[in-house]
Design a protein around this ligand. Structure first.
Ligand SMILES: [Zn+2]
Ligand SMILES: [Zn+2]
Length: 637
């Protein structure tokens, strides 16, 4: 038989017989160990049993590598389908791909799966693992495979096969179970040791709501029980921090089907909301922004001019009024362009920085709405800057400084910067785009940020930089963005008079630091697990009385705090102190002040912090002086 050359990733070569399996070739080249579950031939991941017919670069795939986990998770989907089939022989199996951290499989079964079913399925899965069936690849002509699955009553599989443009298809067998699959897979079911089925959901066949509803079972699989446990802990932590859970439990906001995707902010949530706006307003004073108020509803002509009507119309709320088409604005920029054009501007007026906290509405599809992170109604800390080309760099620098300051206040220290460049469909002249992208690069380099370029991801009207913040759960969120507009100023015919007395088009920037306040609040709640910094906490201090005797003194202390500018309230219910403390902790109030007879007599309070510290009682004015600095954004705690 012919010899072939197998090259290891480090360049070392070995001669082997053509037709040797990937497993034996890895062994021959000294790169096999018990963690290896697949091989990588050139750039393709293959079964360990795959025969090598040509010379190639061959690398081992370990079970805990990204590619190894993908093979493992997809193999676990097969394992689950086999178990489901054993438990309900009449079930039809459809597709079972991997997803981030796990996998799912969609089933057609008349009775709905219940959480109890999941543990039964897991038990059978473990039996199949113990049996350690080899996972074997078979090939079949496509027409034969169609007949085979149709005979088994697997109509979905037959339908999938009809759409595959190949003469021969591959199947994977483990024990009695045979599934249509491209592979690759683990060599035997015994390799799958750490898995858990996590949830059940409905899903339409091929994701199309006109099709039949199937039942989806989600699961996760890991290289070791230790990794699985760590993952389940992360998920539990994320659940505890989920803003959709914290929002209602802290009485901050709620959502109602009467206005899908449009949150109701309760009094406490509104405190957070307004504190964020006030904070940005103070910064605006220092960074030279002026706030404006612009209309909510416009004739759609404005978006025909801006270009949004073509690109964004399906995401807007439109209506007919007096035979004309109107829309609710999804963004502020076109309105700001109209505002700019209401007066004649000279170069001396520039830069002009219009800030606008207007409410915006975007028509997000019902199925995509999620808590505060995907909404139809929102407010951004939005602003548009109009400047001369000479002022562009310093405007970008000032924006980066502002972003740094804000991120510093929130303690967002894990930041990655992306540069999103010209997409295929774009408006405006290409020279403007090139100059804009160059300016963004230049300024980011000077600021010392390493930059990830995302080619083609810019908006249709200009390139963009995004400041991605990584939260405690290692999730990445784009908050601050700045875009240079290569289209709108020309389309709206905006002009300013140059020092030479000629007319020129201003440069326009779109920028936000927090982004949408709704989304920002969601992210902040999850990042802090609801323990908001003192300056944002809806209730900053709660006074707890020990008995009815301190009622009057408790009131006095609460009023003193309120007069000093703090958000304080009083719990003078006739309840045990332990219960009052527990409830206040659940509400994540930064400070409790306990007052009993001794405190009332001495004019003191006994503080107790959110983290459980209980320093000695102090006079009320001393406490006020101690926490005053925390009311300033960016203070410790
Ligand atoms: Zn498969
Ligand atoms: Zn804008």
């Amino acid at each position: 038989m012919a010899k072939i050359t197998v090259t290891r990733p480090d360049g070392v070569q070995h001669q082997i017989q053509a037709g040797t399996s990937a497993r034996d070739a890895l062994k021959a080249s000294g790169s096999f160990n018990k963690h290896v579950i697949a091989g990588k031939v050139n750039e393709r991941v293959v079964d360990l049993s795959a025969p090598l017919s040509e010379s190639c670069v061959l690398a081992p795939i370990a079970i805990d590598s990204a590619e190894g986990l993908d093979v493992l998770r997809h193999s676990t989907a097969h394992l689950m389908a086999q178990a489901v089939r054993r438990l309900s022989p009449q079930v039809q199996i459809t597709i079972g791909p991997t997803i981030a951290d796990g996998f799912y499989y969609d089933f057609k079964r008349d009775e709905p799966f219940t959480p109890d079913d999941l543990s039964h399925i897991e038990t059978v899965m473990r039996e199949i693992v113990s049996a350690n069936y080899p996972v074997l690849r078979e090939e079949m002509p496509r027409p034969a495979a169609i007949d085979f699955f149709r005979e088994m009553g697997e109509h979905y599989k037959a339908e999938i096969l009809e759409g595959i443009p190949a003469d021969v298809v591959s199947l994977y067998r483990q024990g009695e179970f045979l599934d249509l699959c491209r592979g690759p897979h683990v060599p035997s079911t015994g390799c799958i040791k750490a898995f858990k089925l996590t949830s059940i959901a409905g899903a339409y066949w091929r994701g199309d709501e006109r099709n039949e509803m199937l039942q989806r079972i989600y699961g996760t699989a890991w290289a070791s029980t230790k990794d699985l446990d760590a993952y389940l802990k992360r998920i539990e932590e994320a659940k505890q921090r989920d803003h959709r859970r914290l929002g209602p439990s802290l009485d901050l906001f709620s959502l109602h089907p009467i206005a899908p995707g449009s949150p109701f902010f309760h009094p406490k949530g509104t405190v957070i909301y307004n504190a964020l706006v006030e904070y940005m307003r103070r910064l605006y004073g220092r960074y030279g922004y002026t706030e404006v108020i612009t209309p909510l509803i416009f004739k759609t002509e404005i978006w025909q001019t801006s270009g949004h009507y073509d690109a964004f119309r399906n995401d807007m709320f439109l209506m007919k009024v007096e035979e004309e088409e109107y829309g609710v604005k999804p963004m502020n920029c076109p309105g700001h362009c109209y505002l700019f054009a209401t007066r004649k501007h000279s170069y001396r007026d520039l830069p002009i920085r219009y800030a606008d906290f207007s409410r915006l509405h975007r028509f997000e599809r019902s199925g995509t709405l999620a808590g505060l992170t995907r909404v139809r109604s929102m407010v951004q800390d939005d602003a548009h800057i109009y400047c001369t080309p000479d002022q562009l760099d310093s405007e970008l620098e000032a924006f980066i400084a502002l972003t740094r300051e804000v991120y510093g206040v929130f303690g967002f220290d894990q930041v990655e910067v992306t540069l999103q460049t010209r997409p295929e469909k774009f408006l405006g002249r290409i020279e403007l785009w090139d100059a804009a992208e160059a300016a963004l690069r230049r300024v980011l380099e000077q600021a010392g940020y390493p930059v990830t370029v995302l080619p083609g991801e810019g908006a249709f009207y200009g390139p963009k930089i995004g400041f991605d913040f990584r939260d405690v759960l290692e999730r990445s969120w784009t908050l601050a963005t700045v875009q240079i507009d290569c289209a709108m100023p020309e389309r709206f015919g905006l002009k300013y008079v140059t020092p030479e007395g000629t007319e020129a088009t201003p440069v326009m920037l779109h920028r936000a630091v927090l982004g949408s306040l709704e989304r920002f609040i969601a992210i902040l709640l999850e990042h802090t697990a609801g323990k908001l910094p003192f300056w944002l906490a809806p209730v900053q201090v709660r006074v707890l009385t020990l008995t009815e005797r301190q009622d009057g003194y408790g009131r006095h202390v609460t009023e003193r705090l309120q007069q000093a500018g703090f958000r304080a309230d009083l719990d003078n219910r006739n309840e045990k102190l332990g219960l009052k403390i527990r409830e206040t902790q659940l509400e994540k109030v930064p400070y409790m002040l306990v007052v009993g007879d001794k405190e009332a007599e001495n004019g003191t309070v006994a503080p107790r912090s959110r983290s459980g510290e209980t320093p000695a009682p102090v006079p009320i004015d001393t406490f006020i002086e101690q926490v005053r600095h925390e009311a300033v954004p960016g203070a410790a705690h």
